[in-house]
Design a protein around this ligand. Structure first.
Ligand code: ADP
Ligand code: MG
Ligand code: MG
Length: 879
C-alpha cells in the first residue's frame, strides 16, 4: 500500500483532488507544489494509514517505515540537508490535516530533528546561534507538550523560575541555552528521557498525530458535526523554513479578500523574526500586511519587505483564481525568500460569504449556480445580525440549544416586567427564564436576547425570538434558574439579577460579562442579488409566519410572497382582548359570552386589517384559535385574586374554572378545532372580524386574499362542521356589507390521523398546510415541553444527531406528509399544499418538501431568505 505521497521540486504525487486520502492540508500542499509555487518539500502520510493504525492495534501498515525513510531521503536530496546531520541539519514540521478541519486535533510540532548536537550544527551553519537556540527551545516545548503530553504550564513555570517575567523572545543566546537545559529537565522528569534521536522524534510525532484523531474531543466533534469516524487524518512532514532567522525573516497569514466584510482587498497580518505559532498565539501583536484597512500603520510588510510583498500579492492572485474561492494563506519568509505553508478556502463571516460569492459572479470567476451552491442557506439568517467579535476574550459558562442566531449582551432579568423597567431606564437586558409563555411577549420585545433553561427549538421562546429576529438560547439544562433568589447557577458561577451576560444564539453558548460584538453588516445589495438568482431557480414559494402588520411588512421586505400562518392567539393577549377573553371563559350564559366576544371583535379586526394592508395582493392564511383556554388564565396563585378582582368575580369562581379547565396533557386536550366544535361562537367571531377587515381594506383598494385555516383536525367530519360555521359567518358578513370577497377554507394537517385519511379531509378543504411542529410531536409521541428530560441522553448516546423538531424527520414524519399529499390530491388534484411549521425555514425540510411536491413553505420572517435560498438549492438538486 502506498501511504507516503511526496511533494517538492515542482512535482507532487497527489493534488487538490485527493482531500479524502491526504487531508485538506496535504492535498493543497501537493497542489501548490504542482503550480510551481515555493512550497518547502515534504510528504504526506495518508488517512488510510491512520485508519490502519486504529484497525490494527496502533501499528503502521506494512512497509510504511520504509516509505517514510525514502520520503525523508527525497527531501534530503531536494534540500541538500541531512536529517540528524551535524553538517547541514534538516528539520521538519509535523502537522495533522484531516479531510475536514477539526478543532481539538493535534497541534503542529516545528523544528523536529533538533538535539544537543544538531542545534550546534544549525548555529554554526546559519551563523546565527540565537536563532538556533530559539528554535531548540521552541521544539522542546512543543514536542513536550504535543507529543509527550506534558502540560505546557510546566514549561512556563521552568521559564519563570529562571527569568521571572521575561519572555523567551527577549532572551539572549546564553539564556536560551539555560532555558533549553531546564526544558529538557522538565521532559526527563516527566517521561524518563528526552528522545535525542531525530528518527525516534519523527516516529513519535507521527504516532501522536494519529492518536490525536481519536481523542474524546475529536470524536465528540465528529459526532456532533456529522463527520464520518473513518475519515482519518493525514500527517504532513515538511522541511522547515525559518521565519525566526532575524530581521530579513518573517511569518504571517493572508486572506485574498477581507474575511469579515468580503470586500475585495488583500488583507492579513505578519510578524518579523518569528515562527508561525507566534502569529496565532496572541503573545505578539502582528502588523498589517498593507495599508488597505490600517491606513496609519507604518510597519506593513509592503513597506518593510517590498519585494516579498510583491511576490505574495502575485501568489495570492494566482491561488484565488486557481481555487476560484477566497483563500486563507500561511507564509514564511526565510532570509528574504517567500515560502507557502498552507492554503485553504478561508473562513468568513456570513455577510462576507454572500458578498464574495456575488462579487465572484460579477468578476466572471464563478457562475450564478456556483454562487448559490456556495452559500449554506442557514447562513443567511445570520447576515443581518450582530456577531461576537472573534478577537474578544470570552468565558463560556454554559451551553444550550442554538435557537435564534446572533449575539447579544445585557443585564440579566428574570421577569418580563423587570425587563420592561430596566429597558425604560435605558439598560440592555437579557431575559432569563425557565421557559416563556405568551405573557412574556412584551418582556421579550424589549430584551436584547432570551435564554431559557428548558425547551427546544420549537418552544415558545425559540419561535417567538426567531420571529422577532432576536438571539435566543433554549434548553440550557446546565444552568439552574432560581426565580425566588433572582439568580442562576452555571457550574460554579453564580449570575445574579443585573449581572451582564452574553449569548451566542448561533452556537448556544452562554458567556459571562459583556463580550464585545460586531455590528451587523450593512446590506450592500449582495444578498438581494443572490436571492433574485435563487427565486429564478426555485419552484417552492416562500411565505412567512406573521401575527402582526409589522411582522408581515418585514416578511414582505425579505421577500415573502404571502403569509402562511397568522396565529391569532397573540391577538388575545392584548390587555383589553385578554380581559374579554377571560370574561368569555368565565361566562355563565350565552349572552355574556357574546358580550365578551364583541369586545374582542374590533381588536382582531384591526389586527387583521393591518396584516391585509401589508400583504396587499398576496394571500394571507389565518389560523383560527388553537391553544387550550387555560393559557388565557393566570397560573400563579398570587395572580388569581388580582385577576378575579379585576374581572369582578370571586376568586373561588376563578379557581373552580381553572380546575375544570385543568388537563393532564393539554397538548392533546381541548384545543384546536375541538374548541371550535364546543364553542362555535369563538370561531364565528374570528371569522366575522376577519371578513369585516377584508371588506374594510378592499374598500381602500387593497387586494385581499384571505385563507381561513382550521387547526388540529383529525377527521373530515370536524372540518366539515367547522367549514359550515366559517362559510355561514363569512356569507352573512358579506351579505350585510354587500360586498363579494373570495376566500378559501382549509386545514392544518398536524395529526397522523388526518394524514392517513387525507382523501376524506380534502373533500372539505381548499388547501392543506402541514403543521409539522405538532405533527412531529404526535408522530413521535413526545411533547416538546418534556423532551429535554431525555433528549440530551439521546444525543449523548448517539441515538439522535439533531432534534426532529429542529431538523425535519424525513424518514418518519416524511411518510405522513407524503401520504397526505398523495391522498389529498387524489380527491382534489389542484389542492394547494404548504407547510407552516418551523421546518418551513429549515433546509433539510425544504429539500424534502420540494420533492414531496408542496406548493410553498412558510417560516419566520427572518428565515425567509434562508428558505428562498434553500428552495433554490432543492431545485438545483443540492439538498
Ligand atoms: P494549523 O492547522 O493550526 O494551521 P499548521 O500545521 O498549519 O497548523 O501549522 C502551524 C504553524 O506552523 C503555521 O503558522 C505554519 O505556518 C507553521 N509551519 C508549519 N510547517 C512549517 C514549516 N515547514 N516551516 C515553517 N513553519 C511551519
Ligand atoms: Mg495552518
Ligand atoms: Mg399546531
Amino acid at each position: 500500500m502506498k501511504v507516503v505521497y511526496q511533494f517538492g521540486g515542482g512535482e507532487a504525487d497527489g493534488s487538490a483532488a485527493d482531500k479524502q486520502l491526504l487531508g485538506g492540508k496535504g492535498a493543497n500542499l501537493a497542489e501548490m507544489t504542482r503550480l510551481g509555487l515555493p512550497v518547502p518539500p515534504g510528504f504526506t502520510i495518508t488517512t488510510e494509514a491512520c485508519n490502519h493504525y486504529f484497525a490494527s492495534d496502533h501499528t503502521w501498515p506494512e512497509g510504511m517505515e520504509e516509505q517514510v525513510r525514502t520520503g525523508v531521503a527525497r527531501v534530503e536530496a531536494d534540500t541538500g540537508k541531512r536529517f540528524g546531520g551535524t553538517e547541514k541539519p534538516l528539520l521538519f514540521s509535523v502537522r495533522s490535516g484531516a479531510p475536514v478541519s477539526m478543532p481539538g486535533m493535534m497541534d503542529t510540532v516545528l523544528n523536529l530533528g533538533l538535539n544537543d548536537e544538531t542545534v550546534e550544527a544549525l548555529a554554526l551553519r546559519s551563523g546565527r546561534p540565537r536563532f538556533a537556540w530559539d528554535s531548540y527551545r521552541r521544539f522542546l516545548q512543543m514536542f513536550g507538550d504535543v507529543v509527550l503530553q506534558i502540560h505546557s504550564s510546566r514549561f512556563a513555570r521552568a521559564c519563570r523560575e529562571l527569568f521571572a517575567e521575561r519572555e523567551a523572545q527577549e532572551l539572549d543566546v546564553d539564556e536560551l541555552k539555560l532555558l533549553c537545559v531546564a526544558y529538557k529537565r522538565v521532559i526527563d522528569g516527566a517521561v524518563g528521557s528526552f528522545p535525542a534521536d531525530p528518527w525516534k522524534q519523527l516516529y513519535a510525532a507521527i504516532d501522536a498525530v494519529f492518536r490525536s484523531f481519536n481523542t474524546q474531543r475529536a470524536r465528540y466533534y465528529r459526532r456532533t458535526h456529522g463527520i464520518p469516524e473513518d475519515c482519518g487524518t493525514g500527517v504532513n512532514v515538511q522541511a522547515m523554513v525559518f521565519g525566526n532567522m532575524g530581521d530579513t525573516s518573517a511569518t504571517g497569514v493572508a486572506f485574498t479578500r477581507d474575511p469579515s466584510s468580503g470586500a475585495p482587498i488583500f488583507f492579513g497580518e505578519w510578524l518579523p523574526n518569528a515562527q508561525g505559532e507566534d502569529v496565532v498565539a496572541g503573545t505578539h501583536t502582528p502588523q498589517p500586511l498593507n495599508n488597505h484597512r490600517d491606513p496609519d500603520s507604518t510597519e506593513t510588510l509592503e513597506r518593510s519587505m517590498p519585494q516579498v510583498y510583491e511576490a505574495l500579492v502575485q501568489v495570492q492572485e494566482r491561488l484565488e483564481s486557481h481555487y476560484r474561492d477566497m483563500q486563507d494563506i500561511e507564509f514564511t519568509v526565510e532570509d528574504g525568500d517567500l515560502f507557502l505553508l498552507q492554503t485553504r478556502n478561508g473562513k468568513r463571516t456570513p455577510a462576507a460569504a454572500v458578498q464574495i460569492a456575488v462579487d465572484m459572479v460579477e468578476e466572471g470567476i464563478i457562475s450564478e449556480d456556483d454562487a448559490l451552491g456556495r452559500i449554506e442557506p442557514s447562513l443567511l439568517e445570520m447576515v443581518l445580525r450582530p456577531v461576537l467579535d472573534p478577537k474578544a476574550q470570552r468565558k463560556v459558562i454554559g451551553k444550550g440549544l442554538p435557537a435564534s442566531p446572533g449575539a447579544a449582551s445585557g443585564r440579566v432579568v428574570f421577569h418580563s416586567e423587570e425587563a420592561q423597567e430596566l429597558h425604560d431606564r435605558g439598560e440592555q437586558v437579557i431575559l432569563v427564564r425557565l421557559e416563556t409563555s405568551p405573557e412574556d411577549i412584551q418582556g421579550m420585545t424589549v430584551s436584547e436576547g432570551i435564554l431559557t433553561s428548558r425547551g427546544v427549538q420549537t418552544s415558545h421562546a425559540a419561535v417567538v425570538a426567531r420571529g422577532m429576529g432576536k438571539p435566543c438560547v433554549v434548553g440550557a439544562t446546565d444552568i439552574a434558574v432560581d426565580y425566588g433568589r433572582q439568580l442562576f447557577y452555571a457550574g460554579d458561577t453564580v449570575i445574579r439579577r443585573g449581572d451582564w451576560i452574553t449569548l451566542d444564539g448561533s452556537t448556544g453558548e452562554i458567556m459571562e460579562g459583556n463580550v464585545p460584538t460586531l455590528p451587523p453588516a450593512t446590506d450592500s445589495g449582495a444578498m438581494s442579488r443572490l436571492l433574485a438568482w435563487a427565486d429564478d431557480r426555485a419552484r417552492l414559494q416562500v411565505r412567512a409566519n406573521a401575527d402582526t402588520g409589522r411582522d408581515a411588512q418585514r416578511a414582505r421586505e425579505l421577500g415573502a410572497v404571502g403569509i402562511g400562518l397568522c396565529r391569532t392567539e397573540h391577538m388575545f393577549f392584548q390587555p383589553v382582548a385578554l380581559r374579554a377573553m377571560r370574561q368569555l371563559i368565565l361566562a355563565e350564559d350565552k349572552r355574556s359570552r357574546q358580550r365578551a366576544l364583541s369586545q374582542v371583535l374590533p381588536i382582531q379586526r384591526q389586527d387583521f386589517a393591518a396584516i391585509f394592508r401589508a400583504m396587499n395582493g398576496l394571500p394571507v392564511t389565518v389560523r383560527l384559535l388553537d391553544p387550550p383556554l387555560h393559557e388565557f388564565l393566570p397560573a400563579a396563585p398570587e395572580d388569581i385574586s388580582q385577576v378575579a378582582d379585576d374581572l369582578g368575580v370571586r376568586p373561588e369562581r376563578l379557581r373552580e374554572r381553572l380546575e375544570q379547565l385543568h388537563e393532564s396533557n393539554p397538548m392533546m386536550g381541548h384545543r384546536g378545532c375541538r374548541l371550535g366544535i364546543t364553542s362555535p361562537e369563538i370561531y364565528a367571531t374570528q371569522v366575522r372580524a376577519l371578513m369585516e377587515a377584508a371588506v374594510e381594506v378592499s374598500r381602500e383598494g387593497v387586494v385581499v386574499l384571505p385563507e381561513i385555516m382550521v387547526p388540529l383536525v383529525a377527521m373530515s367530519e370536524e372540518l366539515e362542521s367547522m367549514r359550515k360555521v366559517i362559510v355561514d359567518t363569512a356569507e352573512l358578513v358579506l351579505g350585510e356589507l354587500h360586498e363579494r370577497i373570495d376566500y378559501r377554507v382549509g386545514t392544518m394537517i398536524e395529526l397522523p390521523r388526518a394524514c392517513l385519511t387525507a382523501d376524506r379531509v380534502a373533500e372539505h378543504a381548499d388547501f392543506f398546510s402541514f403543521g409539522t411542529n405538532d405533527l412531529t410531536q404526535m408522530a413521535w409521541g413526545f411533547s416538546r415541553d418534556d423532551m429535554s428530560k431525555f433528549f440530551n441522553d439521546y444525543m449523548h448516546h448517539g441515538l439522535l444527531r439533531t432534534s426532529p423538531l429542529a431538523t425535519f424527520d424525513v424518514e418518519g414524519v416524511g411518510q405522513l406528509v407524503e401520504t397526505a399529499v398523495r391522498l389529498g390530491r387524489k380527491t382534489r388534484p389542484m389542492l394547494k399544499v404548504g407547510i407552516c411549521g418551523e421546518h418551513g425555514g429549515e433546509p433539510v425540510g425544504i429539500g424534502f418538501f420540494h420533492k414531496a411536491g408542496l406548493d410553498y413553505v412558510s417560516c419566520s420572517p427572518f428565515r425567509v431568505p434562508v428558505a428562498r435560498l434553500a428552495a433554490a438549492h432543492a431545485a438545483l438538486g443540492l439538498i
